[in-house]
Design a protein around this ligand. Structure first.
Ligand code: SF4
Length: 473
């Protein structure tokens, strides 16, 4: 029970924040600032799906305080930046955007500006924000997002706050405004215990904390009742869901239980760690029709020596054995992966091992990144660094192979009919829809807005490296 209470924030703390939100809203209402006159909020989100899901909770809190969404920061009274710390580039971009909001505050000193997310949880970045961005009213780490109402209330009274030590307990019961009603994120756990040597996540998002299965299933039911057709379970390492709580179910059982919910929907999950990819999870993917036959299994490198330096806790053999099991149980599975190029000490031979592993696995798609040192991680101190031009040249070769494999894999769909969830009208071609098929593929087909959020059967007629195309049957 003690561990359980440490894992979860006291519901009274959350209620008190929601009460503060209500007071703020009433304050706006008493000045007639409701409906079209309601003050605006603007959220800029960087980074991964976890951050997008966090921003949906921030939006829920903004609306509980009486703010309404606006499309541009200049129209907002509350501006939030939800940052990412995964790469130097993402941090620099966030700092530049935060810098650009100074003119909004100069024009209207009543505007409140807050910075959250992973970068905000890094001590050196929080200090930079404190010292060099005096117009930022508050900075909060991801686990403190629930306290947004009191941060806003203090900012309105002229009190700057920098929240970095509030613990990492899960706050249940936060209102959420989702970007889409048909395709939704559902966070099942937070944090990571793995300490991969290049990754900042365990330092900024804390240790693994799993939500209670009943809370997740209740939320999933509400989402399905509200029209959700695609639910993606989120966690930094969803495969270890439940390991931090005695008697809790694992990810395979959780997914099977969600699949029992009545309704026509599909279930996805991300992200997985190969060391925790269990036979039970593979069985669930094979047996449950609602689970999309897609496994994102980040390998990061094909070299045993580099995997050890990365502290990944598996080697090529173990990784390939998971892939073999998966392909044996789910022959049509779509397999995607993340790969880091130019990790410290990576030699040409190590890189060739990565290309070799890619050929062995024949990935449907890879997401590749040039190594970016993160202050505070062990890899940031590792030598020798791979020169930038060497990493760039390796990246070109890796992308060329990745594209070749994707084209080859996608060609297997030509002539087949895929069940596709129509996501929306293409941004570049208004006569075309984009959607996701099962097995997961971006699918393009002629259609209009009225199809958004519906399942359609698409006969695939063409395939490229990054999509397949066809027509509704
Ligand atoms: S598994 Fe490794 S790479 Fe993934 S979030 Fe955890 S520490 Fe980072």
């Amino acid at each position: 029970m003690a561990a359980e209470s440490r894992r979860f924030r006291d519901p009274e703390e959350v209620s008190s924040e929601l009460e503060t939100a209500r007071e703020i809203k009433e304050g706006f209402a008493s000045r007639g600032l409701v409906g079209e006159r309601a003050p605006g909020y603007f959220i800029r989100t960087f980074g991964c799906q976890q951050n997008e899901a966090d921003s949906e909770r921030l939006a829920g809190l903004c609306e509980a305080m009486g703010y309404s969404p606006v499309p541009v920061p200049e129209a907002a009274k509350l501006i939030l930046v939800n940052t990412c710390a995964i790469r130097e580039h993402a941090e620099k971009k966030a700092l530049s955007i935060i810098g650009s909001f100074k003119h909004v505050k100069d024009a209207d000193p009543d505007v409140v500006i807050g910075v959250g997310g992973c970068m905000a949880a890094e001590e050196h970045r929080a200090n930079t924000l404190k010292m060099s961005y005096p117009y930022v009213d508050f900075v909060f780490e991801p686990a403190s997002a629930y306290s947004l109402p009191s941060l806003v209330k203090d900012a309105a009274r002229g009190r700057r706050r920098f929240v970095r030590e509030s613990g990492d307990a899960i706050a249940e019961g936060i209102p959420t405004v989702r970007e889409s009603s048909h395709s939704v994120w559902l966070s099942v756990m937070y944090g990571c215990n793995n300490f991969c040597s290049y990754c900042i996540v365990p330092y900024v998002r804390g240790r693994e904390r799993s939500r209670r299965p009943d809370d997740i299933i209740e939320e999933a039911k509400r989402l399905v009742d509200g029209g959700a057709k695609n639910i993606t379970l989120l966690g930094q390492n969803v495969n270890s869901y439940g390991k931090d709580s005695d008697g809790c179910c694992d990810i395979a059982e959780l997914m099977r239980r969600i699949c029992r919910i009545d309704g026509d929907f599909e279930l996805r999950f991300m992200t997985s760690h190969p060391k925790d990819a269990s036979d039970e999870l593979i069985d669930a993917i094979a047996e449950e029709p609602k689970i999309v036959k897609h496994f994102h299994l980040p390998v990061q490198s094909g070299s045993d020596r580099i995997l050890k330096l990365m502290n990944r806790h598996y080697d090529r053999e173990r990784y390939l054995s998971v892939v073999d099991k998966l392909r044996a149980r789910v022959p049509d599975v779509t397999l995607t992966s993340d790969i880091i190029v130019g990790f410290p000490g990576e030699e040409e031979e190590d890189f060739l091992d990565t290309l070799d592993l890619m050929r062995r696995v024949r990935y449907d798609m890879i997401f590749s990144f040039i190594y970016s040192p993160r202050v505070g991680t062990p890899a940031a101190k590792m030598e020798p660094r791979v020169p930038r031009e060497v990493s760039a040249e390796r990246m070109e070769r890796l992308l060329a192979l990745g594209t070749e494999l994707s084209e080859e894999r996608n060609s297997r769909f030509v002539g087949r009919t895929l069940r596709v969830l129509a996501d929306g009208v293409s941004r570049t071609d208004p006569g075309m829809m984009t959607g996701r098929g099962s097995p997961a593929r971006p699918v393009h087909f002629p259609g209009g807005e009225e199809l958004t959020g519906k399942f359609v059967n698409v006969k695939i007629k063409s395939a490229g490296a990054f999509w397949v195309g066809g027509e509704i049957e």
